[in-house]
Design a protein around this ligand. Structure first.
Ligand SMILES: Cc1cc2nc3c(=O)[nH]c(=O)nc-3n(C[C@H](O)[C@H](O)[C@H](O)COP(=O)(O)OP(=O)(O)OC[C@H]3O[C@@H](n4cnc5c(N)ncnc54)[C@H](O)[C@@H]3O)c2cc1C
Length: 444
C-alpha cells in the first residue's frame, strides 16, 4: 500500500500540497478545522448574492497560482489585463492612470510615470530616479530585511506626494503594510518582480468567479477524484513522532501517517508541531498579524464604468466592481478593499457607513445621487502576517527538524509576500519534500 500523508489545514497551501501528493500516488488525508475549506480565501452567500471574505487580485507574475487554476480547470475565472493599467481616482474628480507601454522592461513604465497626472512633473522625476535605484536591490540580501521601505524611500528623495500617489498605492495592497513599516526586502521583491524586471509582470488579474468556485471547490473535487480523504471540522491538536511514523491527535480520535504537511497559520503550527520541529511560539508571535477590511455597497444603479480603480488622497484604497461575480441582477455592487486596516478594524458600522458613502460620493460623482440598497462590512483580523523588518528571518523553510514533517503556508520562507501565490508555492515545496523523503531522497 502506498504511504499515507496527512495534510493539516485546507487553505490554498494545504490544498496545493494535497493535490500534488495525490498526483504522486500517495494516500492523502486533508484535515481542516473549520466547516469549510479555503482558509483565508472563502465565499459565502448573503441575501442571495455571492460575497468573498475580501477582494483578491493576482498579477501576471503569480505564475504558480495561475498554473494551479489551469490544473483545476478554472483558469478562465481570472480576467487578466492585456496590458497593465491602473485607473486612479482623486477626490477633486480628476481621473489619472498609471499604465505601461509596449516597450520592454525597464522602459515599459517610464512613459506611464512620465505622464502620471496624480504627481507633479518634479515628483514624477523623483519616482523614476528611485525606481532605477530599487531595481538595483537584491531582495534576498538579509540586510534589506532589517530596514523599512519607508526609510529607504526617504533616503532616495521621496516625499508625501510620491508616497501617497504611487509607492503606497502598491506597497499597502501588496504587503498589507504601510511603506513606513514594510520590510525593504519584501518591498524590493514586490516592486522588482511585479513592476520593474519584466514588462508584463504587473498586468492585473481580477477573479470573474467567487473564490469558492475559482479554486476552493475545484480543488476539493480534484482531491476527491483522486481518492483523497477531505475532512472538515477536524482540528488537529498535536502531531507527535511515533517511531518512524506520526500520530495526529484530533479532538476525539487519533490518526497515523507516514508523513505530515502542517499548513496552518503560524501560531497554530507552533502549537501543533513537536518542539524538535524547530518552529517556536516566539517565532510565530514575532510574525504577528495585519488586518484587511472590505466595505461592500450595492447601489440601485451603476455609478462607474471602471472594473476597478485605486484612489489617492482618500481613505478609500481600491474599489472593485463585483456586480457580475456576485450575481447581482440590478444595480452595481462595489467592494472597497482596505489593507493595513488597523484603524478600521474595530470601527462601528455606522461610522464606516458615514465615512465611506461620503468618500464614494466624492470619488464617483454618480454615487452622490444614487441610493444604495445594501451596505455591509467583512473584517479579517489576521489577514496576513506583519510584513515588517525582521520578518524574513522568522519565516521557516518547509523542512523542519523532523524528517517527514514539513511546513507550508504563505507565511513560510517562500521569498514571496503573504499572498495566494506564496501559499501555492509553499504547498508545492512541502509536497516535493515529502515525496522525496518518502522515496528515501532529500534530507533537508
Ligand atoms: C481579506 C483578504 C484579502 C487578501 N487579498 C489578497 C490578494 O488580493 N491577493 C493575494 O494573492 N492574496 C491575498 N490575501 C492573502 C491570501 O489569501 C493568503 O496569503 C493565502 O490564502 C493563505 O493561504 P494559506 O493556505 O497559507 O493559509 P490559510 O488560508 O490561513 O489556511 C490555513 C488553514 O488551516 C486551518 N487550520 C487552522 N488550525 C487548524 C488545525 N488545528 N487543524 C486543521 N486545520 C487548521 C484554517 O482553518 C485554514 O483553513 C488576502 C487575504 C485576505 C484575508
Amino acid at each position: 500500500m502506498s504511504p499515507h500523508v496527512a495534510v493539516v489545514g485546507g487553505g490554498l497551501a494545504g490544498l496545493t500540497a494535497a493535490c500534488d501528493l495525490a498526483d504522486a500516488g500517495l494516500r492523502v488525508t486533508l484535515l481542516e478545522s473549520r466547516a469549510r475549506l479555503g482558509g483565508a480565501t472563502f465565499s459565502f452567500r448573503r441575501d442571495g448574492i455571492a460575497v468573498d471574505n475580501g477582494q483578491h487580485v493576482v498579477l501576471r507574475c503569480c505564475t504558480e497560482y495561475q498554473a494551479l487554476l489551469r490544473r483545476l480547470g478554472t483558469a478562465d475565472g481570472i480576467a487578466m489585463q492585456d496590458r497593465f493599467r491602473m485607473p486612479i481616482l482623486t477626490p477633486d474628480g480628476a481621473a489619472a492612470e498609471l499604465a505601461r507601454s509596449a516597450a520592454p522592461a525597464p522602459l515599459h513604465l517610464a512613459t506611464g510615470i512620465a505622464r502620471y497626472g496624480a504627481l507633479s512633473v518634479a515628483d514624477r522625476l523623483r519616482v523614476l530616479r528611485a525606481a532605477v535605484a530599487l531595481r538595483g536591490l537584491d531582495p534576498t540580501d538579509p540586510a534589506l530585511d532589517e530596514q523599512t521601505f519607508g526609510d529607504w524611500l526617504a533616503r532616495h528623495g521621496q516625499n508625501d506626494a510620491t508616497l501617497g500617489a504611487l509607492w503606497n498605492l502598491i506597497a499597502v495592497a501588496a504587503l498589507n503594510c504601510d511603506a513606513a513599516e514594510a520590510s525593504l526586502a519584501l518591498a524590493a521583491m514586490v516592486f522588482r518582480t511585479a513592476l520593474l524586471d519584466r514588462a508584463d509582470a504587473a498586468d492585473i488579474g481580477v477573479p470573474r468567479l467567487p473564490l469558492e468556485d475559482l479554486h476552493v471547490r475545484p480543488a476539493e473535487k480534484y482531491l476527491l477524484d483522486r481518492d483523497a480523504q477531505v475532512r472538515t471540522r477536524s482540528a488537529v491538536r498535536s502531531v507527535e513522532r511515533d517511531h518512524d511514523r506520526f500520530r495526529l491527535l484530533l479532538d476525539s480520535e487519533e490518526l497515523t501517517a507516514d508523513a505530515v504537511v502542517v499548513a496552518v497559520p503560524p501560531d497554530t503550527a507552533a502549537k501543533v508541531c513537536p518542539s524538535q520541529a524547530g518552529f517556536s511560539t516566539r517565532q510565530a508571535g514575532g510574525l504577528g498579524a495585519a488586518p484587511i477590511v472590505n466595505v461592500h455597497v450595492i447601489y440601485e444603479r451603476p455609478v462607474t464604468d471602471l472594473p476597478f480603480a485605486a484612489a489617492v488622497s482618500s481613505p478609500v484604497q481600491w474599489i472593485f466592481d463585483r456586480t457580475d461575480v456576485a450575481g447581482v441582477a440590478s444595480g452595481q455592487y462595489l467592494a472597497i478593499s482596505l489593507s493595513a486596516a488597523h484603524s478600521w478594524l474595530d470601527t462601528p458600522m455606522p461610522k464606516l457607513r458615514e465615512v465611506f458613502l461620503a468618500e464614494l460620493a466624492r470619488l464617483l460623482p454618480a454615487a452622490a445621487t444614487t441610493p444604495h440598497s445594501r451596505f455591509f462590512v467583512t473584517r479579517e483580523r489576521r489577514a496576513t502576517f506583519r510584513q515588517g523588518p525582521g520578518s524574513g528571518r522568522l519565516r521557516p523553510p518547509a523542512a523542519t527538524g523532523i524528517r517527514g514533517l514539513t511546513l507550508a503556508g504563505s507565511w513560510t520562507a517562500t521569498g514571496w509576500p503573504d499572498t495566494m501565490e506564496g501559499a501555492v508555492r509553499s504547498g508545492h515545496r512541502a509536497a516535493d519534500l515529502v515525496t522525496a523523503q518518502l522515496a528515501g531522497g532529500a534530507r533537508s
